[in-house]
Design a protein around this ligand. Sequence first.
Ligand code: MTE
Ligand code: MO
Length: 531
Amino acid sequence: MNIAQQDRPGRGQRWAAASGIVAAGFAAGAGELLAGIVSPSVSPVTAVGGAVIDAVPGPVKDWAISLFGTGDKAALLVSMGLVMAAVAASAGVLEYRRRFVGFAIFAAMGLIGFFSVLTRAQMTVGATFVPLMAAAVGIAILRMLLLLLKKKEADAAAPARAADAQVAVDAVRPPASRRRFLQAFWITTAVTAVGGTFAALWRGASAAVAERRAGITLPVPASPAPAIPTGAALTVPGITPLVVPNDDFYRIDTALSVPALDPDTWRLRVTGMVEREVEVDLATILAKPLLERHVTIACVSNNVGGDLIGNAKWLGWPIRELLAEAGPLDGADMVLSRSSDGWTAGTPLSSLTDDRDALLAVGMNGEPLPLEHGFPARLIVPGLFGYVSATKWVVELKVTRFSDDVAYWTTRGWSERGPVKLSSRIDVPALRKSVSAGTVAVAGVAWSQHTGVSAVDVRINRGDWQPAELAPAISKDTWVQWQASLDLSPGSYELQVRATDRNGVQQVEETAPVVPDGSTGFHTITVDVQQ
Ligand SMILES: Nc1nc2c(c(=O)[nH]1)N[C@H]1C(S)=C(S)[C@@H](COP(=O)(O)O)O[C@H]1N2
Ligand SMILES: [Mo]
């Protein structure tokens, strides 16, 4: 009798519904955590929420706000959670009854997340994968739970039949399969609860900071960026944009989770070998006469031909003015800048105080710095690799000596000093893209920040160097674009590029690895020319 009760058909379905909810919760939590790493400003939940807000008609929005007040966002999230739980429960039951039906519902939820991310302004390629991966995780969890559940149900049914057949069985002891299912179910539930709470707190913090960031209006620069010369941006299809949009800008840092700094409480302190310590907040910086400048920043880990380089329009306060307020003492030759997560860079004091307009940047391409790129403030120093200069989420500038202090990467095999190396890259034709015979367009970028590029040459199959056409540079602190038209008949060719800086120095041909202070060598590609 007891066994017969356990075997009621509704019971398995209830467990299946619960399994669906737990699997979906687990997937949502995993998605939020993954988003926190790969795309902090847009996650599946915030994307779907944002898409719902955009889709809801105005009057309904007004009604919701009048009903829930400032709790409108919380109300939206709770409603989303309830809808999702209901859908996930049905998915669990349907999958229990018939394979793949529930999986299809999970996949559909993943697709809704995918399309919601696509509608978001902060969309990145990485962000679009997150909902799909979360859905895959959900399906895997649901499959595991339902397999165990089916086993449990089958075992529960078996002794009942056995009893009917009057065979002596130990029916009182619950079968191992029942224990295994319950264990898996409750462990998954516990992991979901703990991970979900963590994800909610973490995402909540960055969401709050993202909201504060959206409320910031950048001041009009006292010194606007010089106009981009006509012709500086070539129109060759496939060339990297002259100014890289924030969403496409390369990102390099050691931060597993992007720091979420409250702009209202953030402070930057100047300490160390100074006459007086100085502390500034964001409002103080925004009230200073700010400069806007195009500067190309690059990573020392960029291999020849690599894409760890980008050019943006930065808005900021010259660091030399901040340092002047503190008064560096004689003998100091380095500034150790520290970020909120403890990362440090060691920059020569002279490159922060000379006329190169090293900036304490607060704006990037007309917006407050994106969270990923150092909100609320970072350093931008023309001519130096990022690892010795471009500290994001900066909270301290310690004036010191190279002989007294070491920076994060210096203790890990990288050079103490990191001036950018003269280099060039072929963007067009793209890798593994065949072109048609005749006039073949070749184009790319070349850089030697704070020195400038004066010429770019290309050569075919190590023949004579031929001058490429150099577009006008925005400034000597930015990369330049170049192009050449080559007459090529069908066949396979090796193409190389070489830049010359404004001092007449030529790019180094000998190859060097990125460690310890940046790669050298000519970017070399193979072009397949078709009939
Ligand atoms: N706080 C912090 N700032 C950092 C780093 C880091 O790991 N942590 N990496 C640096 C390196 S190596 C580079 S190349 C640049 C990259 O800046 P971006 O991510 O805005 O392109 O940031 C620099 N600033
Ligand atoms: Mo870097």
